[in-house]
Design a protein around this ligand. Sequence first.
Ligand SMILES: [Ca+2]
Ligand SMILES: [Ca+2]
Ligand SMILES: [Ca+2]
Ligand SMILES: [Ca+2]
Length: 318
Amino acid sequence: MGGLWSWGGASVLLRGSRFSLTNAVDADVGANSIKTYYLSESQYFNIDIQTGSDGSKYVDLVLSGNLDREEHATHNLILTAVDGGVPRRSGTASIVINVLDINDNAPQFSQQVFAVNVSENSPAGTVVMTLNATDLDEGSNAELVYSYTLYTSEKTQELFSLEPKSGEIKVKGVIDYEESQSFEMYVQAQDRGANPLSGHCKVMVFVTDLNDNYPEVTIKSVKSALTEDVPVGTLIAVVTVRDRDSGANGEVELALNQKQSLPFLLNKSSEVQNTPIYKQGMNQGEYDSSINLLNTELLLVMLVIQALQFGFFISFLV
Ligand SMILES: [Ca+2]
Ligand SMILES: [Ca+2]
Ligand SMILES: [Ca+2]
Ligand SMILES: [Ca+2]
């Protein structure tokens, strides 16, 4: 009874496009005796019936709506032909319309800006994040290729790789918090359609600090030699300490080696980085050994200054 008629159409077809269905219905109903046709209800298609000079009917399928594969990939219609006989006879044809895809959707990222953290010194190959854009089309129209756009600095591209297919951003170079605390990446996902479309996003990578720097202690000697009558309170040396790390990783506590009783005072100056050493007012009992040293004509004292973060010792000669 019924015939199957299949047609692959595309979403570029304009409303009003028409296709002849005259041969769609099988011979159960004599073509010449067909009186009329009916089409199952559809919001996208209707039929237009023409009568030839010999009285035969011609039927066209007419596109009455805009096809969108992403909304409806397949349309199933039934065309019924009815003759003028008594009793009435009818024949039907199933019409399957497969809507072919065109590349009418651009890839989209779920967010415009992504923010991720990466620890400094992370080994090469560490995955920072995986981008995953979506494209509503199908086949090559939805196959995505990720790449940096020109807005991404060369340095950033040297330090982080972007896998074109998987969208994985991986560490490629040495990430040093002390050099750069953050990186900005501008990424595009482009489909492989004949007329490719692309979507964009920005990735902010924030580097987290590790305690990978030792305190650096430098001593500027103000007086390299002292006489025994040097007045109490004389500035002897200025100690500068610097740690390139941040926060607690860069905090350093300076102390004179307490194991030796020396007549010197480490005075924390208002500027934390510069710490003057002063000669201290002495209590004879307490500083016995030092006093003996001070009594020598020319004094040689080894000051041991400790930068406490790593038990780091600096020896300083006065
Ligand atoms: Ca697409
Ligand atoms: Ca499409
Ligand atoms: Ca660090
Ligand atoms: Ca440190």
